[in-house]
Design a protein around this ligand. Structure first.
Ligand code: PRX
Length: 654
């Protein structure tokens, strides 16, 4: 199973799975007729459509205009309004009598459990917000969050949104160096972390990682530490004055905190993601537009009903968790499961036990996880009763039809529709997705655009084609508003094609005879490893930091489980040994600079890289080598022997 094969099998895939009549009957959008009718309306008169959606939510002051496109591509949505996203996730439900509804059914990896109603969550968020205020956090200040998947993670986001602080969540698999880069780039004044968290039976000592990250960051005034709790004591050094335990402050702050009235375009959060340069980008999302988009995409894509028990297995550290664990789901007043740990702890049946125990009805996960489940075998699944499931979803990377079919038959018992959702950190929410009560699905296909999303596949000349590059032709409320501190990079990275007319997401795509859009993967130097974006330039800049390394080139290759993996080609300065020890040092540098999840599958040493006579590295040939293909045209190479040596080395498994 390789990505190359995925694309080939995707091209030949023509099976179709319409929703069952019983699903369609009670769905929000129950037929293609209804989808097309609403879709066309939303495209012909987007402002009216988005205003209609926004009216479901609470506004302290209504908007003056729905969309202001006078400073394209710096669009403004719902200008003139005042609102608060934490209010719409919590207070709105509590004041309307839904406070007793369960919001979060949390389970820690060791098996500890917590249940929070919407009223409990409002109470916790208000206290947390008052603690932040007591520590001097004001509206507009940046707050970094580095927490395990415990309820306080969702609470911390909502507390920031409540007082207008800008959260910048850093996935708790990132290293100290990554924390430092993000903290400095955004000039974060406070970091929220925990003493530790559990992963595969081990404790990850998060506070120590934060300490190493922020030791030289003068902008950080406080580190706020949540105690994860549990039976084992977690070593957690505290620095006088700077570090504070959350529990020491939360007991004596008020349990009421009025939600700040935020302007529509006030910054809500930053989330760093990889691009084509060595420096991650701080993607900016603002208040009102993201609020509306996260609310409606969650409602329709997951066909949310009041008795659903929803479970998204992503970490809140990624955009999927922001939009479809926290903001989109809570705005819809849904009960959800939140789980801290690994899918294979204590054994490979953990997820299916959770589904049975909590009677999960909607399950949203990544293709990488699905491929791992397949490998672990059906017995882990069939031991459990999964009859509560009614809808399945995938996100983050292309899903190969084999994995889709397994998900459909083994997990979904051929009964549950699958929503394959294509979107990005930058888009804020779902862009291409089936609507489960309407859209006949096809294995491996994200199908059709969501309401208000004008998607097309174009060539470089801006002509619609069957296979080319995905383009989004109209602005939408959940779109990114820029890159923190780098307006120019926002324009050059996303509005660089087609004369700046359309948003360029960086994905290749094709359109089939039904108008369905098939995503074919990135067209830039970003690699999607287990659904996590890694810029090849980021890894390359890590390797060249080593005194023995002259140059490096990293390419993505198909990977059976992860979708894609990374192969690094490294040239070593004369006089240095290409030893196993050097290889280990380079891997350790990746762990330190980015995190273990960015480790390459293999590192190959060579005296030089294949280059054209003008000195440009020929990545195409490196990809040929890394994928075990015959070499393409080598006639423009300055020295063809280099590539031959590399190929031999690769084949010999060095
Ligand atoms: O290449 C696409 C791929 O993931 C990229 C976005 O990554 P990120 O911002 O980390 O967000 C991941 C979670 C939304 C896209 O440019 N991608 C995401 N979803 C899909 C996908 N590729 C194919 N099919 C999908 N459903």
């Amino acid at each position: 199973m390789s990505t190359t094969n995925t694309y080939e099998s995707i091209s030949n895939e023509n099976r179709k799975f319409p929703p069952t009549a019983s699903f369609a009957e009670s769905a929000h959008i129950g037929s293609m007729e209804s989808y097309y009718k609403q879709y066309h309306k939303s495209i012909q008169d987007p402002q009216n459509f988005w205003a209609g959606v926004a009216r479901d939510l609470h506004w302290f002051k209504p908007w003056d205009s729905v969309l202001d496109d006078s400073s394209k591509p710096f669009y403004r949505w719902f200008d003139g309004s005042r609102t608060n996203l934490s209010y719409n996730c919590l207070d709105r439900h509590v004041t309307e009598g839904r406070g007793d509804k369960t919001a979060i059914l949390w389970e820690g990896e060791p098996g500890d459990k917590r249940v929070l109603t919407y009223a409990d969550l409002l109470d916790e968020v208000s206290r947390f917000a008052n603690v932040l205020k007591r520590l001097g956090v004001h509206k507009g200040d940046r707050v970094a969050i580095y927490l395990p998947m415990i309820p306080e993670l969702a609470v911390a986001l909502l507390a920031c949104a409540r007082i207008g602080a800008v959260h910048s969540v850093i996935f708790a698999g990132f290293s100290s160096d990554s924390i430092r880069d993000r903290v400095l780039d955004s000039q974060t004044s406070l970091v929220i972390t925990a003493d530790g968290g559990y992963r595969r039976g081990k404790i990850l000592e998060l506070k120590k990682i934060v300490d190493a990250g922020v030791q030289d960051c003068a902008c950080v005034h406080h580190v706020l530490v949540v105690e994860r709790g549990g039976d084992e004591a977690i070593d957690c050094p505290m620095q006088n004055e700077r570090d504070v335990y959350y529990n020491d402050l939360s007991a004596d702050v008020d349990a009421i905190c009025q939600a700040e009235e935020m302007e529509a375009e006030d910054l809500l959060f930053l989330l760093y993601t990889s691009g084509t340069t060595g420096k991650p980008k701080g993607i900016m999302h603002t208040t009102a537009g993201y609020q509306v988009f996260s609310y409606i995409t969650a409602k329709y894509t997951f066909d949310l009903q009041s008795d659903d028990v929803y479970w998204c297995t992503a970490d809140v550290g990624w955009i999927t968790g922001h939009t479809y664990i926290v903001y989109g789901i809570l705005q819809n007043c849904i009960t959800q499961v939140m789980y801290e740990g690994a899918p294979n702890y204590p054994d490979e049946g953990r997820f299916w036990e959770i589904i049975e125990n909590y009677k999960v009805s909607i399950f949203y996960t990544a293709p990488t996880a699905i491929r791992a489940f397949m490998k672990w075998g059906d017995d882990w699944v069939t031991k459990n009763d999964l009859s509560s499931l009614r809808l399945l979803g995938t996100v983050g990377e292309p899903i190969n039809p084999e994995a889709w079919m397994w998900y459909h038959s083994v997990i979904g018992a051929e009964r549950c529709p699958i929503v394959d959702t294509w979107w990005q950190t930058e888009t804020g929410g779902h862009m291409l997705t089936p609507l489960p009560g309407a859209t006949p699905t096809k294995p491996g296909c994200a199908t059709l655009p969501f309401f208000g999303i004008d998607a097309d596949v174009l060539n470089d000349n801006c002509e619609s084609v069957n296979a080319g590059i995905l383009a989004i032709k109209k602005p939408w409320p959940g779109m990114m508003r820029g890159i923190y501190g780098d307006a120019q990079r926002y324009e050059s990275a996303y509005w660089c094609k087609w004369g700046g007319r359309y948003y360029f997401p960086g994905d290749g795509a094709r359109v089939d005879e039904d108008g369905y859009i098939w995503i074919l993967g990135r067209v830039d130097d970003v690699v999607n490893v287990s659904g996590h974006r890694i810029g090849t330039a980021e890894l390359e800049s890590v390797f060249v930091e080593h005194s023995a390394v002259a140059e490096s080139a990293v390419v993505g290759v198909p990977h059976e489980i992860k979708g894609q993996g990374l192969i690094a080609f490294v040239t070593v300065i004369e006089g240095h040994d290409c030893s196993e020890d050097l290889r280990n040092q380079l891997v350790a540098m990746v762990d330190k600079s980015i995190g273990k999840f960015a480790r390459p599958e293999r590192i190959l040493f060579s005296s030089d890289l294949p280059k054209t006579r003008s000195g440009k590295i020929m990545r195409r040939l490196l990809r040929d080598i890394a994928e075990g293909r015959e070499l393409g045209n080598t006639s423009t190479l300055a020295d063809p022997s280099i590539v031959e040596n590399l190929q031999l080395q690769f084949q010999q498994g060095k």
